[in-house]
Each structure stands twice: as structure tokens, then as C-alpha cells.
Design a protein around this ligand. Structure first.
Ligand SMILES: NC(=O)c1ccc[n+]([C@@H]2O[C@H](COP(=O)([O-])OP(=O)(O)OC[C@H]3O[C@@H](n4cnc5c(N)ncnc54)[C@H](O)[C@@H]3O)[C@@H](O)[C@H]2O)c1
Length: 336
């Protein structure tokens, strides 16, 4: 039974807490947050009147990460801090001989990612990056179908992720371009990472972007260069009005069928010949599948074959290339 400590009990830390508490093979033994309310499990969504109360299940409660890292009863730390803190706290947790599951994006820059990978190597502990879309049942199933070759090669693919501006973040860090990388690094990386997981690193990217003010990226559209006739694109947007329902969708045109993920997360297959049908996918969400997978990897002392840390660093590089393309208007080459 792996004993997990959760660092950061904001939006996603609470998801990790609830998910890990359900999983067999893990026990949440400690939680930590700088905010007294958060570490007591209380959270209030922006504009909401009432607080939500998370069940801590008797976990030890710490106000400082150093105390969590010093707890000899913790084997694994789940890092759910703002992106600009990922590298610093991941490296500190690894130094304290804890395995780490860190939220996506891996860090604020690819240079920080290299330091995290080097720290994991030095510590002999495991480092996983929680790119949940790789584990989301409909995405995983679509990849399986594409890789099986049953429906032929990919002709085109279009991934889309859109929502309202997130307003919940601690001290507004998500709206600070330096701390979060805004929509491109925070939201759109889910699809950039999945494109990379599905088709490998593209040769180059061409991006266009827009935002609320000059230089701010609140909406980005990228074309990824693979084969000469393949059109592979991803779009991420978070400037829609409050109340706009979040949507993640895709359409993948293969030679003999088109796969489509609908707004209500149904995976449809439209064959060139024959009737459309819904494809059955596994129960549960990407958070549950990724956390179960990472815990199994730790138990077996092995690297993840689905989401290795080096691949999360490659996705950071991809986003950096996209930012450069959006800024300069040029197509930007990608190197590994
Ligand atoms: N996989 C997903 O679907 C998904 C969804 C949302 C967020 N995320 C990622 O998760 C990370 C966190 O995002 P969020 O939306 O949960 O942020 P958040 O602002 O809601 O939560 C961050 C929490 O960290 C705490 N904190 C800050 N500094 C701390 C410190 N030094 N020690 C202890 N606690 C500290 C804050 O009090 C806050 O509770 C980001 O990297 C984000 O990109 C991933």
C-alpha cells in the first residue's frame, strides 16, 4: 500500500485527493497547503455562496511543503501547485527521497523540465507527469484504433478545447503570463501533448494566437507538420464568457472511417461504408486511470510506458515552438 501526501489542495489537488481516496493500493496519509482553509479541505468556487468540504480521512495536515517532505510515512508526493512552482518543489521532494506525481504542464519552461529529470535520475526515485488526456478513455481508445491501422492512415485530425476564463486560481496565478503561460501552456498543452502521443514529434509547427491584450495568448490554433498531405491541428481557447460550457472534442479522419469525440464525450465512428456507431470506452475518467497507472509503475519500480517524463518535456518544447511561431509568424522547426 503506497502512502501518498498531497501538496496543494486547490482545483486539481482536490480531484487528486478524492480520486486517490477511492483507489485501492494507495492511502492519502498527509495533505499540505499554505492556506489554512484549503488544508482544512474547504474550497469555494468563484461566485459560489457555499463552501465545498473535502473528506481528508484523517490525513496529517501540514502548512509547509518541507514538513510534508520530512514525513517518513509518505512514499509518494502528488504535486498540485501553480505551474511556476512545479520544478522547485518536485526537485525538493525527490531530494527528500519521495516518488513524485506532478501535475501537467511539467514546468514553466523546458529548461526546468531537464532539471527535474536530472533530479529524478540522481535520487533513484520515480517522476511522473499527470497528462490526464493520455489516459482519458475516449482518447486512449482513439489512439488504439489509429495505431491498430484497421481504418488506414490518418488523413487529418482536429483537436479542440474551449472554455470560459478560469477565475479560481490562488492569488490569480493563472492570469499571470509569467507564472502560468496562459491558455497555450495551461489548457492547449493537453491537446499538443496528445498530438505528440498519437503521432510523435512533428517536423514543425505553425501557430496563430490572440488574446485580451497585446501579446497575451488566450486562444491559439496550431498546425503540426507530419506527412505531406496530413492536416493535423489543435485549438485551445479560454476567452469565452462565464457560463460557456467547457468542451473538449476531436475529429480524426482515417482512410476508411472518421472518429469523432462529441461534446458529451461519446466516441463515434463513422465508416466510409456502413452505419455510424458509438465505440465503447472504459469506465472512469483520465484522473483515475493515470493515478492507478502511476501507482502501479511505482510498485513495479518501472518508468511509465504511457506518459514518461521525457515525453512531457517534449510537449513543453512543442508549446515553446508554438509560442515562437505565434510571436514571429514563422513556421518553427521542432527538435525532439
Ligand atoms: N490535469 C488537469 O486537468 C488540470 C486541471 C487544473 C489544473 N491543472 C494543473 O494543476 C496545477 C494547479 O492548478 P490549480 O488550478 O489546482 O491551481 P489552484 O490555484 O486552484 O491551486 C493551487 C494550490 O496550491 C496552494 N499553494 C500555493 N503555493 C503553495 C506552497 N508553496 N505550498 C503549499 N501549497 C501551496 C494554493 O494555496 C492552492 O490551494 C497547475 O499546474 C495546473 O496547470 C491540471
Amino acid at each position: 500500500m503506497l502512502k501518498v501526501g498531497i501538496l496543494g489542495l486547490g482545483f486539481i489537488g482536490r480531484v487528486h485527493l478524492a480520486t486517490l481516496r477511492k483507489l485501492r493500493g494507495a492511502r492519502v496519509v498527509a495533505v499540505c497547503d499554505v492556506e489554512p482553509e484549503r488544508r482544512a479541505g474547504r474550497w469555494r468556487a468563484p461566485g459560489a455562496k457555499d463552501y465545498e468540504q473535502a473528506e481528508l480521512g484523517g490525513a496529517r495536515v501540514y502548512a509547509a511543503a518541507e514538513e510534508l517532505f520530512a514525513d517518513p510515512g509518505v512514499d509518494v508526493v502528488s504535486i498540485n501547485l501553480p505551474t511556476y512552482l512545479h520544478a522547485e518543489y518536485t526537485i525538493a521532494a525527490l531530494k527528500a527521497e519521495k516518488h513524485v506525481i506532478c501535475e501537467k504542464p511539467m514546468a514553466r519552461t523546458s529548461t526546468e523540465c531537464s532539471r527535474m529529470i536530472a533530479a529524478a535520475r540522481r535520487s533513484g526515485k520515480r517522476l511522473f507527469i499527470a497528462h490526464c488526456i493520455r489516459f482519458w478513455p475516449a482518447y486512449a481508445k482513439a489512439r488504439e484504433i489509429v495505431h491498430s491501422g484497421i481504418q488506414g492512415d490518418v488523413v487529418s485530425a482536429c483537436f479542440c478545447r474551449r472554455g470560459a476564463l478560469p477565475l479560481w486560481s490562488w492569488q490569480g496565478w493563472l492570469q499571470d503570463p509569467v507564472k502560468s503561460g496562459l491558455c497555450g501552456l495551461d489548457l492547449h498543452i493537453h491537446d499538443a501533448d496528445f498530438v505528440q502521443h498519437l503521432l510523435g514529434m512533428p517536423r514543425s509547427v505553425q501557430s496563430v494566437a490572440g488574446g485580451f491584450s497585446d501579446g497575451r495568448i488566450d486562444h491559439i490554433i496550431t498546425s503540426y507538420e507530419y506527412g505531406p498531405n496530413q492536416l493535423i491541428t489543435a485549438e485551445g481557447a479560454w476567452e469565452y464568457a462565464p457560463g460557456y460550457p467547457f468542451a473538449m472534442t476531436f475529429s480524426i479522419a482515417l482512410e476508411t472511417a472518421t472518429l469523432d469525440l462529441t461534446r458529451d464525450l461519446k466516441l463515434m465512428l463513422y465508416p466510409v461504408e456502413g452505419k455510424a456507431r458509438e465505440i465503447k470506452t472504459e469506465e472512469g475518467d483520465g484522473y483515475e486511470h493515470e493515478l492507478r497507472h502511476f501507482l502501479r509503475c511505482i510498485e513495479a519500480d518501472r518508468e511509465s510506458d504511457i506518459a514518461p517524463a521525457a515525453s512531457a518535456m517534449a510537449s513543453l518544447r512543442l508549446i515553446e515552438a508554438e509560442f515562437e511561431s505565434a510571436r514571429t509568424g514563422a513556421r518553427v522547426k521542432c527538435n525532439g
